[in-house]
Write a protein that binds this ligand. Structure first.
Ligand SMILES: *Cc1c(COP(=O)(O)O)cnc(C)c1O
Length: 456
């Protein structure tokens, strides 16, 4: 078989290969319910290429081995992380994206997709209330979006060569910010953590007092990062109050909405994000709840010129664009990028406004339901307004909570429920993420029964 499709004739072998692979994938998806979220064991195929290439039949067989060892996000008990099953249209988007193999680096390598990405980012910006100058860029994951935001904030505020400049985020912020500190050549001392309140939200009066102290030490601040949807409990920092602080002190506001930003797409849930439109930049990860196939993250900015003035170096090997227009590769850290906006666009088109709203609302409903049927006498439950919930036994030492979390996680896995086991404060919790549309109330009843009986 010619390993490349003919540009002149219909490639029947490719057609057959795609057909069989698609059929195997559909079987795998439909079989997920009868398996567990993760396999008990798996075999790997031969890893290194053999002397002669193998046949399609062998390829498909080897592929099956890997599929059998894969995590199954479609299983109704797959509730551990922010990894929902993929939307059907988004699977197709990913396939077509690979087939077209365009490159977002430069307009000439992705004519329609460069335009699509700009327009789609603009649509997100408008939904979240960013103004007329807004725009954005896609990135391979929220960690990268957050890094680009911090680099941009430091650059635009003119503090890129001030080693004492600091930024703020809450104690419950995402670990990607600590990575950004290392990459940006900052010291951990530049990263000022602000305590959270009892609901896991950044405490704004602490922000004021810590900022005052920093200022009195003669240090400058280049950003505040507010989290819209924290990773363990889904808390949303008080965005409007933080925005007011940032406006008053003239500081860049980045909202890490990797989890919660998506709730801004529906007017029924956008209330939760009041104030987000005042941000200078926002991270949104459609991969985390909407079911856009990984990876799908956007960095949205209030003034799109800030992206180009931070990252544009000129692309001497690509045709120049009109003045004030930039190639994708000049808007962020990544050079070559796939046309990820294709699977996002097609997923959103498949869902429609009603489908999007349904996913958002039902995720919250499932969390509320589970919360209502867990025994409040035996458990401390921490959650926010979104679709995440974590719990730990009441009145137990951290070491007992640790044993409980380990044993119960394994016990639940045997019963085909997968929860995660984050450390929060001084102890371990079990965390359930209600982003899986295949999880029904009946499943949650069963889960609550198992949890309620896990303490004797
Ligand atoms: C998941 C997450 C990120 C990082 O996103 P990746 O796509 O995993 O890189 C950043 N911030 C928050 C709050 C997250 O939950």
């Amino acid at each position: 078989m010619d390993p490349f499709a003919s540009p002149h004739n219909l490639d029947k072998q490719l057609l057959a290969l795609l057909g069989e692979a698609s059929s195997n994938l559909c079987d795998w998806l439909s079989d997920s319910g009868s398996q567990g979220p993760i396999p008990d064991s798996f075999d790997l195929p031969e890893v290194s290429p053999s002397k002669e290439g193998v046949s399609n039949k062998v390829l498909l067989k080897e592929l099956n081995l890997l599929m059998n060892g894969a995590y199954r996000p479609s299983h109704p008990g797959a509730l551990a992380h922010l990894d929902p099953p993929p939307l059907s249209a988004s699977i197709v988007g990913e396939l077509i994206c690979a087939g077209l193999n365009n490159n977002l680096l430069a307009q000439e390598l992705s004519p329609s997709f460069s335009s699509l990405e700009r327009k789609l980012c603009k649509w997100f910006c408008e939904k979240l209330g960013l103004g007329d100058l807004s725009g954005g860029v896609a990135a391979s994951g929220g960690s990268l979006s957050n890094l680009m935001a911090l680099v941009m904030a430091r650059n635009i505020t003119g503090l890129e060569s001030d080693p004492s400049a600091v930024f703020f985020a809450s104690d419950d912020c995402h670990v990607s910010l600590s990575k950004a500190v290392r990459i940006m050549g900052l010291t951990q001392d530049s990263f000022k953590k602000i305590p959270t309140d009892e609901k896991g939200k950044l405490n704004v009066s602490c922000l004021y007092s810590i900022f005052k102290k920093i200022k009195s030490e003669g240090k400058k601040c280049f950003a505040v990062v507010a989290t819209a949807g924290t990773t363990v409990r889904g808390a949303i920092d008080p965005l409007a109050e933080i925005a007011e602080f940032c406006q008053k002190e003239n500081i860049w506001l980045h909202v890490d909405g990797a989890i919660g930003g998506i709730y801004g797409l529906s007017t029924t849930t956008s209330e939760l994000l009041k104030g987000i439109g005042s941000a200078d930049s926002i991270t949104v990860n459609p991969q985390k709840l909407l079911g856009i196939a990984k990876t799908s993250s956007l960095l949205l900015v209030a003034d799109k010129n800030n992206l180009s003035s931070t990252f544009s170096t000129g692309l001497p090997y690509a045709e120049p664009l009109l003045e004030n227009e930039f190639h994708g590769g000049e808007l962020g850290i990544q050079g070559t990028r796939s046309a990820e906006s294709l699977k996002l666009w097609i997923g959103l088109r498949q869902l429609g406004e009603e489908g999007i709203e349904k996913i958002l609302l039902e995720s919250i409903k499932r969390r509320c339901y589970l919360e209502s049927i867990i025994d409040p006498l035996n458990f401390e439950i921490i959650s926010g307004p979104l679709h995440l919930l974590a719990l730990s036994p009441k009145n137990q030492s951290p070491s007992k909570a640790s044993c409980w979390s380990k044993e119960t996680r394994n016990f639940l896995l045997k019963n085909k429920f997968m929860l995660s086991r984050p450390m929060y404060g001084d102890r371990y919790y079990l965390k359930a993420v209600m982003g899986n549309p295949n999880t029904k109330f009946e499943d949650l009843k069963q889960l609550a029964y198992l949890l309620n009986n896990s303490i004797i």
